[in-house]
Ligand binder design. Structure first.
Ligand code: HOZ
Length: 435
């Protein structure tokens, strides 16, 4: 028995499913999670002495690679001065100014501790601002685990096959309407059915929690004009895409300006931090400026802000080098997947936006939730196990992304391309016949 297997048994006695977040439990791939000892650059090391090229990157934050020196130093320096004050600091002002500079619609920012909290609070602000109760979300989009958003969600809800969580009273999700991703007509139908009642449409501009499903040309633009026409707000959940698709995130990438944006992951540089931001008139509704209450003891925590600031400063300074490099590396992987799919006649397709990509084991192009869930999960399991045995650490679910980062250099990309060829080769339908 490996050390990971041993400690996982112990973990299952003291934590639900042995983990602190469901997808980490490896249930969707029928394996035991690797318990991690440390990580550096592009590599993650488990307690059994195995090293892997890491494409999870803590589910998005580690765009610069693990334990980047400037970030570690900033956290240590901040921690030495005190790990929490529950009082304002200059660094919070600095990071808010930086977010305003980068995010097109942002004029004011509130820092919080997680993406869940950011989205939950943004929706409260949108409801407070518009005086309306209903919100629209999309099937397969995941916006954290607040009650009102645990409806037809992606991420762990898909792998655990629980589209709607237990423990959420029906009344709490009554005001959540669900539309189809990449289908603007489904949104316009809801505006017709609920005239003057919808406060906001929230969307992952690139769906990244049912695997990567990019928006079809015109989809985000249609959401922009529909929300405008109906007096509702458009919220981009950029917890994953923010500071990943470029300095200006998805709003800049697609040239669509929402009313509010939620951020997390990269802005905390690997520490627990998130934010919601938007136009001044909306954000001024938030307490103590306005009547929408939201608070937090650890909001704007100095060590987390230090990690975020150090990360954003590097991204801002080297944006012309970093973003093209991560996109280029991800493109190389996309090409390796496409080549192997063709070579071995694998029923699969690949989606990519910038440094985010996914292979789906289905023979149709994946443009919607229905396409995504048509994937063969058994094939994903075999693929995942194969890649792990080749030293490639991927998210253990068909419905998560491959996160490429700046620490993935030519050597790591070449090794990953070779693994893709070997593993997809082992999944070839002809090979099964011969075996
Ligand atoms: N919600 C994350 C996946 N989309 C999982 C985060 C984690 O387990 O760390």
């Amino acid at each position: 028995m490996t050390k990971s297997e041993h400690i996982f048994q112990e973990a299952c006695q003291v934590m639900p499913g042995g983990v602190n977040s469901p997808v980490r439990a490896y249930r969707a791939v029928g394996l035991t999670p690797r318990f991690i000892d440390h990580a550096k650059g592009a590599y993650i090391y488990d307690i059994d002495g195995n090293s892997y090229i890491d494409y999870v990157g803590s589910w998005g934050p580690m765009i610069l690679g693990h334990a980047r020196e400037e970030v570690v130093e900033a956290v240590c320096e901040a921690a030495r001065r005190g790990t929490s004050y529950g009082a304002p600091t200059c660094a919070e002002v600095e990071i808010a100014e930086m977010i305003n500079e980068a995010v097109s619609c942002s004029e004011m920012v509130r820092l919080v501790n997680s993406g869940t909290e950011a989205v939950m609070s943004a929706i409260r602000a949108a409801r407070g601002y518009t005086g309306r109760d209903y919100i629209v979300k999309f099937e397969g989009c995941y916006h954290g685990h607040s009650d009102g958003l645990l409806v037809k969600g992606g991420s762990g809800l898909l792998t655990e096959n629980v589209p709607d969580s237990a423990g959420v009273p029906a009344a709490f999700v009554e005001k959540t309407l669900v539309a189809k991703y990449n289908d603007a007509d489904s949104v316009s139908g809801l505006f017709d059915a609920y005239p003057g009642k919808i406060a906001a449409v929230i969307v992952e501009p690139v769906a990244a929690n049912m695997g990567i499903v990019p928006p079809k040309p015109g989809f985000l633009e249609a959401l922009r004009s529909l929300t405008k026409d109906h007096g509702a707000l458009l919220i981009f959940d950029e917890v994953i895409t923010g500071f990943r698709l470029g300095w200006g995130g998805a709003s800049q990438w697609f040239g669509v300006t929402p009313d509010m944006v939620t951020l997390g992951k990269i802005i905390g540089g690997g520490m627990p931090m998130a934010a919601y931001c938007g136009r001044k008139e909306i954000m001024s509704m938030v307490s103590p400026s306005g009547p929408v209450y939201q608070a937090g003891t650890l909001s704007g925590n100095p060590a987390a802000v230090a990690a975020g600031l150090a990360t954003l400063k590097i991204l801002r300074k080297h944006q012309d080098e970093i973003y093209p490099a991560v996109d280029h590396a991800a493109k190389a992987l996309e090409q390796a997947y496409t080549a192997a799919i063709e070579k071995y006649h694998i029923p699969a397709s690949v989606n990519r936006t910038g440094s985010l990509l996914s292979i789906f084991f289905t023979n149709r192009p994946v443009e919607s939730y229905d396409d995504a869930v048509s994937a063969d999960l058994n094939m994903f399991k075999r693929y995942f196990a194969g890649m792990l045995s080749q030293g490639i650490y991927l998210a253990p679910s068909q419905f998560e992304a491959v996160f490429v980062g700046y620490a993935h250099g030519p050597q790591e990309i070449e090794k990953t391309k070779a693994a893709i060829d070997t593993v997809l080769g082992s999944l070839a339908p002809d090979r099964d016949k011969e075996a």
